[in-house]
Design a protein around this ligand. Structure first.
Ligand SMILES: Cc1cc2nc3c(=O)[nH]c(=O)nc-3n(C[C@H](O)[C@H](O)[C@H](O)COP(=O)(O)OP(=O)(O)OC[C@H]3O[C@@H](n4cnc5c(N)ncnc54)[C@H](O)[C@@H]3O)c2cc1C
Length: 637
């Protein structure tokens, strides 16, 4: 396998412009001759499908929800970054670029990140033109707030529902193309394998989730925008349906997987409340604009927060990181929360919580200003916990939230399989070892609205894919494999539920490949996971049949993939004997407990190649070259 990132020559700030000029075009009349499959209708997929439809390609868009607008992107709360510098507070494309590279702990590719910062300004214009109701200042200009890892305010938002509003914009653009006949929508259609013919991605095999019918769809290129895999941990802030199936099965067909162990743990989630909980809830990072994080100075302090005087509180983020304070990046804020809880200073019944306190902000700005900014988040918190955060501090704790890892892509967002493009959270591209808040929406929309429309055309004009025969042996074999997998799952007829296995996997992953990792724990996980997988294949109980709506079967397929994929994550975490961003190896930390990178040995993207059933995957390395930023120890102090 060859890893060629295809980074264009030229100065950083000119690369994308020069590349756009050099790329080949498909003439308008020829575009409708090309079929393109987009899997996913979140921000990345919907924006891509709408843009490609508008250009004139024949597009199919698949999603497993009943409507494209129910994609997980709808859950995004806090906002979307862009280097507009509306605040006149020192922001610029260069600064967004630098913040993102530094925030990712110098494990992302410079050229991609610079392009992301450049394109960020176009996204806001596009969304405003679509009517996305971003918050505005009194004078009518778009408002901004701050997110972690930045000292400027560059986050555009629509209260705590930014993802929903952006997705409505993309969804309307998509619906317009559906009505115009350029996009055919396939809701309730789950991709279960990738069709590869003559070394190129040529289609997908799907299961209609209502009728159970297995179908083959062929095209000239396939675009995966299938989101992240945080649910491998069972408990996460992701929607319950988020999974790894599409990217994992593409991996098995030859697409390299980049940095699978890079997971983001978000510091501000509602703490776990019991053994049978199936989902965690995020409290947006935007709350850290006004909320102050603290714990009692004394361990196991039994007093209610209101009874603890100022002098006996530890505002530990402000104390440890005075420059960034409560807006320290997520990886750092998460570990700091764990540290104080490990010292016995955590709050709440389990001791696994810290306070996020709005008393100061309410005193300074008034309750109505806070309600205006975060009203829906406060309401959500109160509904879940029964506590009123206008009166008592919120209790929060870190939880799995986002996966920086994903299928490896080159500058054109094409995987190592020609014809297979990967967008949004599903690719590994822009966030290195730690994503900064409000940058996922930016990346998904940059990929879908502004990058794939160019790079896909270049591929089609260059490769000129010939029609593929639906009876080609590789097509038929892939479909047969999908059917075989379903029959096998339904035939096990064991005693344990799919959720039971998923929960057990989540426990292993959180314990050994979660917020902290070390060689001993990872080696243990690498023993536990295959054993659990064997038990699953002998004892899982999947009820119902394949010819109907069957959520037990859907879950079983996804958990079966998680059970294999988890091993790849642990292998990746084990091989990376350094700490960087969200990947914190306890053996590699500074004296004051900060991540200790090893640039000499690990300044690369780990891209794993599938080697075959039962064989160890092969590691390839894309060396990261830093020509424009200086590799430095990350400091937010
Ligand atoms: C609670 C929460 C809040 C967040 N808030 C923010 C925020 O404020 N700002 C920010 O920048 N980021 C935020 N994020 C992160 C951000 O929401 C996601 O990274 C982003 O929305 C992912 O978009 P996507 O288009 O890549 O994938 P998704 O929105 O997850 O969409 C995936 C799509 O793929 C489809 N799909 C998946 N697998 C298959 C399959 N096998 N077959 C067919 N279809 C499939 C799904 O149906 C869906 O349509 C938040 C995340 C969470 C969990």
């Amino acid at each position: 396998m060859e890893l060629d990132a295809r980074i264009p020559a030229g100065p950083l700030e000119k690369k994308w412009d020069l590349h756009r000029f050099e790329m080949k075009l498909v003439n308008p009349a020829n575009k409708r001759k090309h079929g393109v499959i987009v899997v996913g209708s979140g921000l990345a997929g919907a924006s891509a499908a709408a843009s490609l439809g508008e250009l004139g390609y024949r597009v199919q868009c698949h999603c497993f929800q009943d409507s494209p607008r129910r994609a997980h992107s709808i859950a995004a709360q806090g906002g979307i970054n862009a280097a507009k510098n509306y605040q006149n507070d020192g922001d610029s494309i260069d600064r967004l670029f630098y913040d993102t590279i530094k925030g990712g702990d110098f494990r992302a590719r410079e050229a991609n990140v610079y392009r992301l910062a450049q394109v960020s300004v176009n996204i806001i214009d596009q969304c405003v033109a679509q009517g996305v109701p971003f918050a505005r200042e009194y004078g009518g200009l778009l408002a901004n707030r701050s997110f972690g890892g930045a000292q400027v305010s560059r986050t555009f938002y629509a209260r705590g529902q930014t993802g929903q509003q952006l997705l409505l914009g993309a969804y309307q653009a998509l619906e317009r193309q559906i009505a115009a006949g350029t996009v055919t929508m396939y809701p309730r259609s789950e991709m279960l394998d990738l069709v590869v013919v003559d070394g190129r991605a040529r289609g997908i095999i799907t299961r209609d989730l209502v009728s159970g019918i297995i179908e083959t769809h062929l095209a000239d290129a396939v675009v995966l925008a299938t989101g992240g895999y945080g649910n491998v941990f069972y408990l996460s802030t992701n929607a319950k349906g988020c999974n790894v199936t599409a990217t994992f099965r593409a991996w098995k067909r030859g697409a390299a997987f980049g940095n699978p162990c890079f997971t983001q743990i978000h510091p501000t989630c509602i703490p776990v409340s019991g053994d049978y909980q199936s989902k965690l809830t995020l409290m947006s990072e935007s709350l850290r604009n006004d909320g102050r994080v603290w714990v009692p100075k004394a361990p196991r302090d039994p007093r209610a927060p209101g009874d603890i005087p100022e002098s006996e509180r530890d505002y530990y983020l402000e104390r440890k990181y005075p420059s960034f304070g409560n807006l320290s990046p997520r990886d750092i804020a998460s570990r700091a929360a764990k540290e104080v809880c490990d010292e016995g200073r955590g709050v709440g019944e389990t001791g696994l919580g810290v306070y996020l306190d709005f008393a100061d902000a309410i005193g300074r700005l008034g309750e109505s200003a806070i309600r205006e900014r975060y009203g829906n988040l406060f309401e959500m918190y109160e509904r879940i916990t029964g506590e009123n955060p206008y009166r008592v501090p919120m209790r929060i704790f870190p939880a799995v939230h986002y996966t920086m890892g994903g299928l490896w892509v080159d500058y054109n967002l094409m995987s190592t399989l020609p014809g297979l493009f990967v967008l949004g959270e599903a690719n590994f591209s822009d966030h290195g070892a730690n994503r900064l808040g409000a940058s996922a929406l930016m990346q998904g929309l940059a990929d879908g609205y502004f990058i794939i429309p160019y790079t896909l055309g270049d591929y089609l004009a260059t490769a000129r894919p010939a029609p593929v025969d639906p009876f080609h042996p590789d097509v038929r074999a892939t479909e047969a494999k999908v059917r075989g997998r379903i029959t096998r799952l339904l035939g096990i007829n064991g005693t344990r539920t799919v959720d039971d296995f998923h929960r057990a996997l989540g426990r292993t992953m959180w314990q050994h490949c979660g917020m902290e990792r070390n060689a001993a724990g990872l080696n243990r996980a690498l023993q536990e996971i295959p054993a659990l997988r064997r038990e699953f294949l002998e004892d899982v109980r999947v009820v119902g049949t394949g010819e109907e709506l069957n959520q037990s079967l859907e879950k079983a397929g996804r958990v079966a993939d998680f059970l294999e994929f988890a091993e790849l994550m642990c292998r990746d975490a084990l091989h990376r004997a350094e700490s960087c961003g969200g990947h914190f190896r306890t053996e590699h930390q500074t004296r004051d407990g900060e991540a200790q990178r090893d640039d000499e040995h690990f300044a690369y993207v780990a891209a794993w190649e599938y080697a075959g059933e039962g064989l160890e995957p092969v590691l390839h390395k894309e060396k990261l070259v830093f020509e424009n930023v200086h590799l430095a120890t990350r400091s937010y102090k």
